[in-house]
Design a protein around this ligand. Structure first.
Ligand code: GA4
Length: 359
């Protein structure tokens, strides 16, 4: 875990109804388990991710989305990785957003950074450092070394991956798992299939979109209250998501009683979302949280999500500690690759885990 900077240690106002967990508190593992059981969603404070790493990534994201469409399209289409605009997945879902979806593996970031950033070395820096041998790094000239000292995608991904692992180890502790690193080990794995996503929701004014194609026809993304949906209702297929947004609201999470709860934006902290894979590992003790993003804001919203996932071939099945005569195994074993394939073959809002229920 990186050492926290003073800026992120400031006490924050608690969001009403949303569990807020202080990662420096003594009973944090207990509180995390409780939040995962009740909501599948919580906020973390005192997380230790340096502000400059977060701001560095936000600046790169803002810079990318401020460019002309023709330039952004060079990083697309998203199949599924790359730049995407409005279309989500491959089965007709759409929303009022544009995005960049990246695989977090170093080679992939290295390749993508060329079409994403005006300064690819700055965008991918840390990954480049990991790809080069120590001798190669020493032979870089002063200017390149300087660029390597600034950072964006890699440093951000590394920092939030560490945060996700810390949280998963606390989950292991709180659930009294024999091996507390069993879940974090999956996303630390060199072959982890984790993703990173930047979502940009352009601004709306007076309920009408003045800066974004007003003639766009919605498919499944309009809700009854006539507010437009930026990213429709869904759960994340992975183990855990670490979400951070700028100071613009829009995220809503669905509570157990089916109500949509608006999540106040908090640029200095992170929100954590339980994904489908964690629901299966915990045999349904935790439920993946259904959430959506509304696109009715007066300001553009930029959110950044790290989706922690296992390697494609690794098996997902309820952990032995989660099974008892009173709680029989709910899911048959399946691989992360199978769950991902199911996700991409269904619609955004579908409950893909249902396909893996034991008979
Ligand atoms: C939801 C969580 C992540 O954003 C994502 C999304 C993915 C995509 O946008 O390409 C999916 C969606 C997400 C779930 C169902 C499928 C796949 C779009 C879609 C319709 C990157 C992911 O892993 O699953």
């Amino acid at each position: 875990m990186v050492v926290p900077t003073p800026a992120v240690r400031t006490k924050k106002t608690r969001a009403v109804g949303i569990p807020t967990i202080d990662l420096s508190s003594l009973n944090r593992s207990e509180l995390i388990v409780k939040a995962c059981e009740q909501y599948g969603f919580f906020k973390v404070i005192n997380h230790g991710v340096p502000r400059e790493i977060v701001m560095g990534m936000e600046e790169e994201g803002q810079d990318f989305f401020s460019r002309p469409p023709i330039e952004k399209q060079k990083a697309g289409p998203a199949t599924p990785f790359g730049y995407g605009c409005k279309n989500i997945g491959f089965n007709g879902d759409s929303g009022e957003l544009e995005y960049l979806l990246l695989h977090t593996d170093p080679v992939s970031i290295f390749e993508r950074s060329k079409s994403i950033s005006r300064d690819p070395a700055k965008f991918r820096k840390g990954h480049l450092a990991r790809l080069l041998s120590y001798a190669q790094i020493l032979s870089l000239n002063q200017n390149q070394n300087h660029k390597m000292a600034s950072c964006a995608a890699n440093d951000y991904i590394e920092a939030v991956k560490d945060l996700a692992c810390e949280i998963l180890e606390l989950v292991g502790e709180g659930l009294w798992l024999e091996d507390k690193t069993i879940l974090s080990g999956l996303i630390r794995d060199f072959q982890s299939d984790s993703f990173f996503r930047l979502n940009h929701y352009p601004q709306f004014k007076d309920g009408k979109n003045n800066v974004w194609d007003p003639h766009h026809k919605f498919q499944s993304s309009t809700v009854g209250d006539s507010k437009r949906v930026g990213f429709g209702e869904h759960s994340d297929p992975q183990i855990l998501t670490i979400l951070r947004s700028n100071d613009v609201g829009g995220l809503q999470v669905c509570t157990n009683d089916g109500l949509w709860m608006p999540v106040p934006p908090d640029p200095s902290d992170f929100y954590v979302l339980v994904g489908d894979a964690l629901q299966a590992f915990t045999n349904g003790r935790f439920s993946s949280v259904r959430h959506r993003a509304m696109a009715n804001s007066a300001k553009p919203r930029l959110s950044m999500m790290y989706f922690g996932a296992p390697p494609v071939d690794s098996w997902i099945s309820p952990l032995p500690e989660m099974i008892s005569p009173l709680k029989p195994c709910l899911y048959r074993p399946f691989t992360w690759g199978e769950l991902k394939k199911a996700a991409y073959s269904l619609r955004l809002s579908d409950c893909r885990l249902d396909l893996f229920k034991s008979t």
